[in-house]
Design a protein around this ligand. Structure first.
Ligand SMILES: Cc1ncc(COP(=O)(O)O)c(C=O)c1O
Length: 300
């Protein structure tokens, strides 16, 4: 385990050792739950409103009522962060990793949602551990894996679900191939996304990413990257992509809340572009830092 976490479970805050959920929770039994991961900059959660909106959307897609409004979530998150000693911002202080999980709750051994009266709310707060600097400076190798991304008609990747077996199996393959991430295709053979991040390529100065209909999570950093392209007047398009377009890209990168924007410089060990992080990724990275400064200003 990286660093000690502080955990909120249904009204109780405890250390990671003492944080427990019933084995009869349908989140544990059936993977019936949804979650969000966001991080703080200078003690302030980044784009938390968007994360909470997506949490509600995910919950809606599994017919899980959310009995809390945003203020309740904000209060519980702040409480958990305080207990973890991660608030307020201090010079040189650690940024926080925040994971919010909402599961169906405890109930009889049946798929009938009526069996679970109260959802389980869990919030995990711990110091954020950033990837090593070389990840951003040198870029990473990713592996295209044979595990297909769930088909939307089977298990919609728009649901940010606690049931992460598809993602875990893909990442196991990538780890075996020294991949920083696993690139997954959909059932049509189109590129979809990575096991825990979204995928972009840059070709002839244009930023390209698979459309949501390819079957992928509507990443908040993905959306932000597209907004930054618009602002920076970098041409972009959401369109179906194939292996060749990744191998033949000038640049490529992946996005996620915890990893931000990571340059991809090799795919299955084969160099793409110059083999070094490129100019478009660098511009987007700058724009990203500006967005952080805008949304999470340093306040003392
Ligand atoms: C499958 C998948 N795709 C994409 C992402 C990136 O999403 P976001 O930018 O909202 O963190 C994640 C994040 O965990 C993910 O699990």
């Amino acid at each position: 385990m990286a660093m000690a976490a502080t955990v909120y479970v249904n009204g109780q805050i405890s250390s990671e050792r003492d944080a427990v959920v019933s084995v009869f929770d349908h989140g544990f039994l059936y993977g019936e739950g949804v979650y969000e991961v966001c991080r703080t900059y200078h003690g302030q959660p980044f784009l938390l409103d968007r994360h909470l909106t997506r949490l509600r959307a995910s919950a809606g897609l599994i017919a899980l009522p959310v009995p809390y409004d945003d203020t309740i979530f904000l209060d519980r998150i702040a409480e958990t962060m305080s207990a973890a000693g991660l608030l307020p911002w201090k010079p040189g202080g650690q940024d926080a990793y925040i994971r919010v999980l909402l599961t169906r709750g405890v109930g009889e051994l049946t798929y009938d949602p009526a069996a679970c009266k109260t959802p389980t709310l869990v919030i995990i707060a711990r110091p954020h551990v950033a990837p090593p600097a070389r990840v951003y400076e040198e870029g990473v190798n990713v592996a295209i894996v044979p595990i297909q991304r769930n088909a939307p008609e089977a298990l919609n990747p728009l649901i940010k679900s606690n049931n992460l077996l598809n993602n875990a199996l893909a990442m196991q393959r990538a780890l075996a191939q020294s991949g920083f991430e696993a690139v997954m295709r959909n059932h049509l053979g189109e590129l979809a996304e990575c096991s825990q991040s979204n995928l972009f390529v840059v070709r002839d100065g244009q930023v390209l990413t698979p459309p949501l209909r390819a079957g992928l999570l509507a990443g908040i950093t993905r959306q932000l990257a597209l907004e930054m392209c618009r602002k920076e007047r970098i041409p972009f398009e959401e369109r179906s992509l194939h292996d060749e377009e990744l191998f033949g890209a000038d640049e490529a990168f992946l996005t996620s809340s915890t990893r931000e924007i990571v340059p991809i410089v090799r795919v299955d060990g084969r160099e793409i572009g110059t083999g070094r992080p490129g100019a478009v990724v660098a511009r987007l990275r700058q724009a990203f830092l500006a967005a952080i400064a805008r949304h999470c200003p340093v306040t003392t």
